[in-house]
Design a protein around this ligand. Structure first.
Ligand SMILES: NC(=O)c1ccc[n+]([C@@H]2O[C@H](COP(=O)([O-])OP(=O)(O)OC[C@H]3O[C@@H](n4cnc5c(N)ncnc54)[C@H](OP(=O)(O)O)[C@@H]3O)[C@@H](O)[C@H]2O)c1
Length: 304
């Protein structure tokens, strides 16, 4: 298949590129030639490469900054996906797009199903939901993959922030009342790779069976505090020298942020298992290879 992947400098796009480049003909247009802040300009590259499948992890992901620049967030998270979805629908090209647990308000105490009512709490969440709606309206073959708490050994994310702070500080205070499933970009890319192994008509059929949306996260749940404690423990057990002695729990209300976050970020995994036969690993299992990679980096360099 000729696959166009967006956002390959990001966590999910980078993991997708790493896993798919030698299995398919992969096109990864760099941001200057495929800029989501100018949605109309995307047609040139799409026409030029005429992909058989589009995978779209590119997004405006600065959750707090989005509160200050909602127009840009909506342009990148709604208008650009809308343009891509219409281009794809007109040619019957399947589109895999990524969305977030932040489309939910997190007030329910159960994991959200794919068809649970959306009620985003932030500009970022609203812009991502608007992107989902635009893709549904275009009505081409599509799959919206909702995921949560994405991290990787590389890039800029919670794992690396905790690793850096654990080197610098004796005590960390981390939010303990937001619950979710930390999901490595590698887990998401592995799941998508399984989809790309399908024949195009089977792929589109599975999208319909999934009603166009599926949750892909790791199994199990923890809090940001639980995740941070596991990162510290995992690095120490790999003999990484850290300054940190205590990882203390904090309440959301004691750590104010510009954007409001859902307390319950859990996403139900029944559909991904039933429709696609994919059983994601637990968040603890998924963390191991990322810690291996990060620990070997930390043994030789200072991380930023
Ligand atoms: N990160 C999370 O915790 C999380 C949680 C749930 C869902 N998601 C969703 O999962 C998907 C992948 O997230 P991620 O963590 O991999 O994101 P990421 O690491 O922040 O990467 C975002 C990518 O989008 C690109 N991008 C941003 N603005 C662009 C523009 N104007 N034109 C073209 N490309 C642009 C970035 O390019 P530059 O490198 O040039 O900026 C980067 O390659 C997104 O749809 C996100 O909403 C993420």
């Amino acid at each position: 298949m000729r696959i166009l992947i967006t956002g390959t400098t990001g966590q999910v796009g980078g993991a997708l590129l790493a896993i798919l480049w030698d299995k398919h003909e992969v096109i990864a247009p760099p941001r200057p030639t495929f800029d989501f802040s100018a949605p109309q300009s995307l047609g040139y590259t799409l026409n030029k490469f005429a992909p058989d499948l589009i995978i779209n992890p590119a997004a405006y992901t600065a959750v707090d900054r989005a509160e200050e620049e909602p127009e840009l967030a909506f342009k990148i998270n709604r208008d650009a996906p809308r343009f891509i979805a219409h281009w794809a629908a007109a040619r019957n090209v399947p589109l895999i797009h990524f969305s977030t647990d932040y489309v939910f308000n997190g007030k329910c105490d159960q994991p959200s199903l794919e068809n649970s009512p959306a009620d985003p709490l932030s500009v970022y969440g609203r812009s991502k939901l608007a992107g989902e709606d635009a893709i549904r309206e275009a009505a081409g073959p599509h799959l919206i993959v909702r995921t949560s708490w994405v991290y990787a050994a590389r890039g800029s994310n919670f794992l690396r922030t905790i690793a850096r702070l654990a080197r610098e500080r004796k005590e960390l205070r981390i939010v303990a009342d937001q619950v979710g499933a930390p999901t490595s970009a590698r887990v998401i890319a592995n799941a998508i790779e399984q989809l790309t192994a399908m024949e195009p008509c089977d792929l589109c059929h599975s999208f319909t069976k999934a009603e166009g949306v599926v949750n892909i996260v790791t199994a199990g749940e923890t809090s940001w505090h639980g995740f941070a404690a596991s990162i510290v423990e995992g690095l120490q057990s790999r003999n990484v020298a850290l300054a940190v002695k205590l990882v203390l729990p904090l309440r959301t209300e004691d750590y104010p942020t510009k954007a409001k976050r859902p307390l319950n970020s859990r996403l139900d995994l029944t559909r991904v298992q039933e429709v696609f036969g994919i059983t994601p690993p637990t968040w603890q299992e998924a963390l191991e290879p990322e810690l291996d990679e990060l620990a070997s980096e930390m043994q030789t360099t200072n991380i930023k």
